[in-house]
Design a protein around this ligand. Structure first.
Ligand code: ADP
Ligand code: MG
Length: 239
């Protein structure tokens, strides 16, 4: 199952500040869409509204034609992977991955099959009985992705998942993510302020700046035909 995500005229305010200003965007089923922009431009807020972690002040968000902006996060069939991983330190890797499924009453044998499969896919099968404190940063990161995969969601949302990794591991994990998206048929939205990550991972990039979309396009379009001076400067296009 995969998601066509439609964002229409969405506004988000925090107090007097408007942080997303009448933003519209359509994300195709199975697309790998990257939200790229400088710190503070509203990427995480937009992602959190899709996930249901922030309310929408105006406009609508739909998945496959059904409005989801009024649904609680648990009913949106979306999985989010955080920068901080947000693992439970007292639980094993297997239990961290199983936790969300147990909460919604998925059968135990289904859960163990999915955990084993995700463990294989992410090459953390040998770490399932460890606690997060006994893992490296890169391994914790895989567990966080594994926890999303076992939910078999319609869409995956990643909020700067590579930011806490060192340079070498970032590159390796980026390559692995690119492979993963071909194995897991699902819509993926990936937030980053890193142009290289965006260019190497995206089917299309949404360049954001200051509450708005500057340009939407393939990495090649964004790079070779930047729509605004901001885009040209931010992605480092030749001018
Ligand atoms: P990004 O992820 O692109 O760095 P954010 O979406 O986190 O940007 O933030 C966009 C703007 O909204 C920033 O100015 C930030 O300070 C503000 N903001 C984010 N969350 C809150 C909040 N809970 N309360 C008030 N302001 C917020
Ligand atoms: Mg952010």
């Amino acid at each position: 199952m995969t998601a066509h995500i439609e964002i229409k005229d969405v506004v988000k305010r925090f107090g007097a500040a408007t942080v997303i200003d009448h933003l519209s965007l359509s994300i195709d089923p199975n697309e790998f869409m990257v939200f790229l922009g400088p710190s503070g431009c509203g990427k995480s807020t937009l992602l959190r509204m899709i996930a249901g972690l922030e309310s929408v002040d105006e406009g609508t968000i739909s998945i496959n034609g059904q409005r989801i902006d009024n649904l609680p996060p648990g009913q949106r069939d979306i999985a989010m992977v955080f920068q901080s991983y947000a693992l439970y330190p007292h639980m094993t890797v297997a239990d961290n991955m199983a936790f969300g499924l147990r909460n919604i009453g998925v059968a135990a044998d289904v859960i163990s099959a999915r955990v084993a499969e995700a463990g294989r896919m992410l090459e953390i099968g040998h770490l399932l009985e460890r606690k997060p404190g006994q893992l490296s940063g890169g391994q914790r990161q895989r567990v966080a992705i594994g926890r999303a995969i076992v939910k078999e969601p319609k869409a995956f949302l990643f909020d700067e998942p590579l930011s806490n990794l060192d340079a070498a591991l970032r590159v390796r994990t980026r390559v692995e993510l690119a492979q993963l998206r071909h194995r897991v048929k699902s819509t993926m939205i990936f937030v980053t302020h890193d142009q290289i990550e965006a260019m190497t991972l995206a089917d299309r990039i949404v360049v954001m700046n200051n509450r708005k979309i500057e340009q939407i396009g393939t990495p090649m379009e964004i790079y070779s035909r930047p729509a605004t001076r901001f885009v040209a400067t931010f992605v480092g296009s030749p001018t």
